[in-house]
Design a protein around this ligand. Structure first.
Ligand code: AKG
Length: 270
C-alpha cells in the first residue's frame, strides 16, 4: 500500500510532542483529503448521527455543531480513519506499536459563534487507562485566534494531575473525585499557552492529559470546521466508569483489557 505520509515524522517532532504535549504538523492532509472531508462534514451537518448534540451556551450567537462517532455514521469517514495519514501520525508521535480509534468527531464553529470551548483535559471524559492517548485536530478552514483556534497549556500533560471533566452537555454530570480545572482564562499570564494558526490540511496532535480550550469564532464570514480523531496506543486499556462521555454503544470488551473491538478498532499495528 502507498505510504500515506508525504514525509516521515521526525525524531524532533516526536520529542516535542512527548515533552510539550502538542505539535502542529503542516500540510499532512492533501487537498483531496481536505475536500473529501469538507464534503463529509457538510453531509453530516445536513444529516447528523444520533450522537449529535447542541454545544451552544445559553444566549449565545452563531452555531457550535458537534457530532461524534461519525465514521460509524458515514462510510467516507472510515476511509479518513483507515487510509489517511492520521493513524501513522498518531502511532509515530505516541511511539505506539498499534493504534485504536476511540472515536472521531466534527466540531464546527460557524461565523459569529460566541460559545468558547472551556479549558479541559480530554482524558477524564473517556473510558481509558494508560499513557498513549491523543487527539488529532484537522483544520478544514483557515484557523486564527479570532476564528477559534484551539489553545494549549504547554507541558500540562506532565503535571501528573487529572482534572474533573467539566460538562459540555447540561444533562451530563461527571462524578469523579478530582480537582476542578484551574481558572486559566482569567489568569492567562500564569500559564504557558500556545496556539497555532492553521491552513486547511494542517493538523495539531495533543496528548489526552493536556489542558486546552478554544476561543469563540468572532469572525463574521469565516467558518471554523474541524475533523477530529481520538487515538490510543498499545498501553491503553478499557477503563469504564460511571457518567463518562456517552460512547456510541457498549463495546462488549472486559474492563482492564485492550480496546480492540468493532467500536474501537485497531487501525494500524506494527
Ligand atoms: O475545537 C474545539 O473547539 C475544541 C477541540 C477540543 O477540545 C478537542 O479536540 O479536544
Amino acid at each position: 500500500m502507498k505510504n500515506p505520509l508525504h514525509r516521515e515524522i521526525t525524531i524532533d517532532e516526536i520529542e516535542t510532542f512527548q515533552k510539550e504535549g502538542v505539535i502542529c504538523l503542516r500540510n499532512f492532509f492533501n487537498k483531496e483529503w481536505v475536500h473529501r472531508i469538507q464534503d463529509l462534514v457538510e453531509e453530516d451537518i445536513a444529516h447528523p448521527s444520533g450522537m449529535v448534540k447542541s454545544i451552544d451556551a445559553e444566549d449565545s450567537t452563531g452555531f457550535f455543531f458537534g457530532d461524534t462517532f461519525v465514521s460509524h455514521h458515514l462510510e467516507g469517514f472510515r476511509d479518513a480513519v483507515f487510509n489517511s495519514p492520521a493513524p501513522l501520525i498518531a502511532a509515530s508521535l505516541m511511539k505506539a506499536n498499534k493504534v485504536n480509534l476511540l472515536f472521531d468527531q466534527i466540531l464546527v464553529k460557524e461565523p459569529d459563534t460566541s460559545t468558547p470551548t472551556a479549558w479541559h483535559q480530554d482524558y477524564t471524559y473517556w473510558p481509558v487507562a494508560g499513557e498513549q492517548v491523543s487527539t488529532l485536530w484537522l483544520a478544514l478552514d483557515p484557523v486564527t485566534y479570532d476564528s477559534g483556534a484551539v489553545e494549549y497549556v504547554r507541558g500540562s500533560h506532565r503535571w501528573n494531575q487529572k482534572y474533573l471533566a467539566i460538562s459540555f452537555d447540561p444533562s451530563q454530570t461527571y462524578e469523579e473525585e478530582l480537582p476542578e480545572v484551574p481558572d486559566i482564562e482569567n489568569n492567562r499570564s500564569d500559564y504557558d499557552i500556545v496556539s497555532f494558526e492553521l491552513e486547511p490540511g494542517d493538523c495539531t496532535i495533543h496528548h489526552g492529559l493536556l489542558l486546552h480550550g478554544a476561543q469563540p469564532n468572532k469572525l463574521k464570514n469565516v467558518r471554523r470546521r474541524a475533523y477530529i480523531q481520538r487515538w490510543t496506543g498499545h498501553d491503553v486499556t478499557y477503563n469504564p466508569r460511571p457518567n463518562l462521555q456517552k460512547m456510541l454503544r457498549d463495546p462488549l470488551i472486559p474492563a482492564g483489557g485492550p480496546l480492540d473491538s468493532d467500536l474501537f478498532p485497531v487501525v494500524w499495528a506494527r
